[in-house]
Design a protein around this ligand. Structure first.
Ligand code: FES
Length: 105
């Protein structure tokens, strides 16, 4: 399965993805620039991504911890999520996200 990630320069990348992995880990493991300072602990919000409109409603909902982190982001949009809180699954094959400015390393 694959995900599509648009980087900070606007270039789109198709990345091979495995189920059970966090979207943040997939992005990082393919060497795209994502800060992800806390390593996936939902404590830094530097894995902020914008989810493609067609996909946003298909993701499992946010935890309270994720909502708390999203609320402090100046560049939050209605389609904002933290990439470390989205687990890859068969249902998300083809997911499209864009790296938000605050995720730049
Ligand atoms: Fe820190 Fe996602 S990596 S909140």
């Amino acid at each position: 399965m694959k995900i599509s990630v648009t980087d900070h320069a606007g270039t789109e990348h198709e990345l091979e993805a495995l189920p059970g992995w966090r979207v943040m880990e997939i992005i990082r493991d393919w060497d795209l620039p994502i800060k992800a300072e806390c390593g996936g602990a939902c404590a830094c919000a530097t894995c902020h991504v914008y989810v493609d409109a067609a996909w946003f409603g298909r993701l499992p909902g946010e935890s309270e911890e994720e909502i708390d982190q999203l609320e402090i982001l100046a560049d939050r949009m209605p389609n904002s999520r933290l990439a470390c809180q989205v687990l890859m699954s068969e249902e998300l094959d083809g997911l499209k996200v864009t790296l938000a400015p605050g995720s730049r390393p």
